[in-house]
Design a protein around this ligand. Sequence first.
Ligand code: ZN
Length: 110
Amino acid sequence: MTNTPSIAITVLRCVVCGTLDSGPRDLCPKCFGALAPEKVSGDGTLMSWTMIRRPPAAFRAEGTYAVALVKLDAGCQITGRLANPDEQATPGKRVTATGHKDTVTIFTAE
Ligand SMILES: [Zn+2]
């Protein structure tokens, strides 16, 4: 693992059926129950990632960045940014949440 400590991240849990969802959304996608925020481990597995080389206008000043899809150990998938995209960051690689930028979680691959 990296030297950067893992941080907890906030996802949503259905108060009726217990389904976890990364949100944002108002109702459970399975039973339409209410969702409540819940902190879970930021550890997970990298599913895929891609480089955004021509960012939308809101992020243009940041330049190139990587968007990642992560399956959290807690049991739901979430999109975020990958701090260290390179040829070592292959699907199945362990990642951990190491920060936030606005509402976006930043993951670092081991
Ligand atoms: Zn539900």
